[in-house]
Design a protein around this ligand. Sequence first.
Ligand code: GLN
Length: 601
Amino acid sequence: MTTDSQLSRIGQISEETEFFTPMPAGYKPGRTKYVVVFGTVMSGLGKGIFSSSLAKILQDKGLSVTPIKLEGYLNRDSGTLNPFRHGEVFVLDDGMECDMDLGTYERMLNQDLSRLNFTTSGQIFSSVLEKEREGRYLGRDVQMIPHVTGEVKLRLRELAIASEADVVFVEIGGTVGDVENAYFIEAVREMSYEEGPSNFCFVALTYVVAPSALGEQKSKPAQLNLKLLNAAGIHPHIIACRASAPVNKKVREKIALFANVPMERVFSMHDCDSVYLIPEMLRGGGLDAAVLDLLALDDKIDHSREEQARQVWNGYIQRYRGATQPVTIGIIGKYTAVRDSYASILHALEHAGAICGARVEVKWVDSAELNEENVGEGLADLGGVIVPGGFGFRGVGGKLTAVRHVRESKIPYLGLCYGMQIAVIEFSRNVCGIAGASSTEIEPDCPNPVIDLLPEQKHIEGLGGNMRLGGFDIAIAPNTLAWELFDRQSLVRLRFRHRYEVNPKYLSVLESRGLVFSGRSPLHPIMQILELPRATHPYFIATQAHPELSSRPLRPQPMFVGLIAAAMRKMGIVCSSFQSRGDSAAIAESESQMHPAPNLG
Ligand code: GLN
């Protein structure tokens, strides 16, 4: 409900002063509530994990929620960022290339997000500059305040309208005090004033240090950094203290006193062995009750739904905890030192392991180090092997050697995007005898480009830039491994991010020698899944897509489940809930428990 006082605040601002407060058509102030999460002291505290866990416990109560990440960098999206420095590039179904935190939100909320859920300074400034050229600022000088901040407020309100969410979770990138994020903080400060009381909840995530030389937790860095937030005009309603061990009462009391936040709203958020345990930890601490109270949302909650949602989630936690059979999967990659560059793969392995009863351990194998002499030893004792996505020619030789070895030695294999292209090159060279078979990404002038850039296909189906991005349908051939894994569905959807494809000119020779293209684009000659027949290999499957991006705790991705099950069969174990072809029943059951997603148009 919009109160008179809210209307008068907004009316006054937009008409009688020079402040720019854009209200998109159909926006009703007060209808949507906002929770804003700030990071203090340092980056890397897990703001996304915290914010998504908090959003989840409100979602469990029957509230519809949607997140937005405000990222300070000037890139328009994360597409050009190096995963070695920034973590993996997550791709949404609509093709948005974004920060890996969006993956955390999708997994935690079991919800597909869209480009409205991700904003960078690059997008904000581009849009302001375009409006300036169009003369939309009515002759005024265009300024950080009110125009740039106005653009931020507009994005938040547009998301509120499109999602129809009860609560929008705003995660402000970086750390309070960073120059590049300061205007986001100013925008939410202004907006909380405009929307009026009980519509904004500010949560500061802070860090409690525990120097080993002292052997105790110290609150001073947290105190000083919370003052920076006060200086920006934000008085947090809630403080969540990150630390490795539970934050003791004395430290929380100090933080409460110096930050002027009641003790019952200063929470400990210490390390857990799985991020999926955090929602229950926050609920146990009473964070959900505090937010509901501050946002006056008590009447909207549904206790029976909450109980049911908790049971479903706890079912996953129990499966995860009970999954004790060690299974080692080798990941042959380039950025093996940085776990964040393969974050979604690690999550997909955890989800698949939980449903199969396996505790998956990852062995990182640097492709640049792998050769014909050491491959047997390098891949010995592995239950299965993954060649993940990648770009460029570095380490390709090692990847080809690894794929030949797993094909010939019948080690379960899952190829992801580049991992499918490598499988095609390897099969072309070593089974079909096609001399010089390669990808034009690796060797632009190779005599037999079995993987090639196919511009006419990009023209038809490509989105933006020059990559094929986002979710596309895959027609699955009946009676194949893929068909069994996907529960005999004839059409499935996965997310893609690639430039090169299998060259259709070579299809007939590849197929004649036994390679099966079990998933294709329904519209174009684009090969999307390949496999070896089960009579010739226990588990050899690869996809041009990134199936790891759509794996969720409540919806483990079938190609990963198949890999873990095959690895266990190799060890002589039939996994508890997953039979040979795939635990379609358990997966379908998990899927039916998905939370309803707000409609993002
Ligand atoms: N480099 C390959 C391509 O562009 C594979 C991309 C990837 O693995 N994401 O097609």
